[in-house]
Design a binder for this molecule. Sequence first.
Ligand code: PEP
Ligand code: MN
Length: 344
Amino acid sequence: MMIVMKEGASEEQIQAVVDRIEKAGANAHVSRGQFVTVIGAVGDADSQVHEAGLELADGVDHVVPIMKPYKLSSLQFKKGERTTIEIDGRKLGGGVFSLIAGPCTVESRDQLFKSGEQCRAAGVPFFRGGAYKPRTSPYSFQGLGVEGLRLLKEAKEEFGMPIVTELMDVRDIDDVLEVADVIQVGARNMQNYNLLTEIGRSGRPALLKRGLSATIEELLMASEYILKEGNQDVMLCERGIRTFEPGYRFTLDLLAIPVLQQLTHLPIVVDPSHAAGRRDLVLPMSLAAAAAGADGIIVETHPDPENAVCDGPQAIVGSEFGDYASQVNRVAEMVGKQLEVISA
Ligand code: PEP
Ligand code: MN
């Protein structure tokens, strides 16, 4: 249920509606738009909220049901206004296009700092790197853990790029919160609901990756777990889904970009690296994603991919990253995006 307040409704009137929603046993989520405030009444108690007769409350313009199973992520909830996520003055979404780049995993100070230099030189606003790695094999490198987080913190101080890093296990949340400006939820954890709830409670922006076999609706339902805790800063990430095609790692579902834009106000980021699994496919898929209207691209780059500990074959060679970034940014600009590019 969505309670749309009249233009100029007072704080007291908004609070009175919130109180009535909570009294009816639902949660109230207040979204302040440019002109009107919308209050989402979310929970199992839709009928009680309905009976609370909010249509007649002071300051209320009208009440509409949200027909979709996802509520807070729906485009309807924000009355068509798109969410911009802002971190340290750097934006993503709502018309602003940003690159998120860096190595798959933190390997060493030297590797991380070389990559940081190359990304900064390319004007990249956000730096990525995993300290906890979800690997198919338990015998593969699992990430440097807290040591990796410590190195990421150093890199953040050195290069000033906000950090995007993955949280795999709720037990590590305090350590990750020390450094992550954006908490990445990996594809394999998209439906780890306890993890999503804790990230929601942390209030830290999140990048939620689509599960390998998840539908668009399941992705949106997963985002609700974060949003319902009052954390409004969620980016959705298309990173390829499993199909029968063995020619590449996953099938990048570019249709998800315009389809998600019809359904949700949340920014949409595309990860061409994990879908392609091969460096030569990363640029064409990035250009296509930018052309299709993605709000950002998260991409892997490595100063020396031949010797990378993981995902080397898909990493853009660090020395070529500037060229990659300018080509992708050019396409995003062509489709009307404002670019977030940081001058070195
Ligand atoms: C990653 O970004 O390094 C990663 C492991 O991605 P995904 O969860 O999409 O496989
Ligand atoms: Mn990777």
